[in-house]
Design a protein around this ligand. Structure first.
Ligand SMILES: CC(C)(COP(=O)(O)OP(=O)(O)OC[C@H]1O[C@@H](n2cnc3c(N)ncnc32)[C@H](O)[C@@H]1OP(=O)(O)O)[C@@H](O)C(=O)NCCC(=O)NCCS
Length: 230
């Protein structure tokens, strides 16, 4: 389904327990789509290009010009990299579905400094969740007694991207942070999530930190933190 007038007219409201199944689906799909960009990123790292060349050309030369062995070893290596990307994102989804996403009312709606919204529209006459965003208020060590807001779970269903829904969700979350008098808004993402990075630049966020290799699996992506004033 392409972006149409239904999605443009999506209503943004607080999460309700009846949204659980669709929210999980939109979340899972939104995260799993990062597997291919992460795989492309991983395969274009200089070290991984060198390993690929070794498995294809090196094995071909060392195994008496055996095309079959070269193809099998190179293919095994590439499959292993893809498997790592797949495992990383399925593990991430599993972990989140067992923590904050397992009990959204308990985690996000029972604390006045947190919130979770969904975007819902009538699709073919039936209400459907098309996007979500969450905010968590956290103590700000750099601003005495104040809190800052961190954005989580910003996802718009792939069926209705680029219709302004992400921007609307982010603005609702920003307004919430403003009402709570938070000191700033923070958002962590990765270099391969290009649409999210573009959306946050559009909102005036600035890149403040690139994670070190020990903080993020830098063979899959570069972890980044963006902040914006409230
Ligand atoms: C990031 C995401 C939420 C954006 O949702 P969206 O509804 O498509 O975004 P919008 O239509 O509101 O776009 C708002 C702005 O973001 C930027 N943007 C959005 N998608 C973009 C893309 N694919 N390429 C470049 N810029 C993009 C543009 O600046 C756009 O403003 P413009 O249309 O006036 O130029 C969506 O792409 C998504 O769910 N991605 C997968 C999940 C994800 O990575 N989430 C972030 C978690 S860390």
């Amino acid at each position: 389904m392409a972006a149409d007038s239904d999605t443009v007219h999506a209503v943004i409201r607080r999460y309700q327990p009846s949204d659980r199944a669709t929210v999980e689906t939109v979340f899972r799909d939104g995260m799993m789509e990062h597997i291919n960009p992460a795989f492309m990123y991983a395969m274009t790292r200089p070290l991984h290009i060198a390993v690929s060349l070794f498995y294809y050309i090196g094995v071909y030369v060392m195994a008496g010009q055996s095309v079959v062995l070269a193809l099998v070893s190179g293919g095994t290596w590439i499959s292993l990299v893809y498997f790592c990307c797949f495992e990383f994102y399925t593990g991430y989804v599993r972990a989140k579905l067992n923590t904050d996403m397992q009990d959204i009312p308990g985690y996000y709606l029972s604390n006045p400094d947190n919130c979770f919204w969904v975007a819902e529209a009538e699709i073919h006459g039936r209400p459907q969740v098309l996007g979500m965003v969450a905010v968590e208020g956290k103590s700000d060590p750099g601003s005495e007694g104040k809190k800052f807001g961190e954005f989580y779970r910003m996802i718009v269903s792939s069926s209705c991207r680029c219709s302004g829904l992400g921007l609307r969700l982010a603005k609702i979350a920003e307004d919430f942070c403003r009402e709570r008098c938070f000191s700033k808004i923070e958002f962590s993402t990765s270099s391969t999530q290009r649409a999210a990075v573009a959306l946050y630049f559009r909102l005036g966020f600035k890149l403040v930190l690139v994670h070190t290799p020990s903080e993020s699996p830098n063979f899959l992506y570069q972890g980044c933190i963006y902040i914006s004033s409230v």
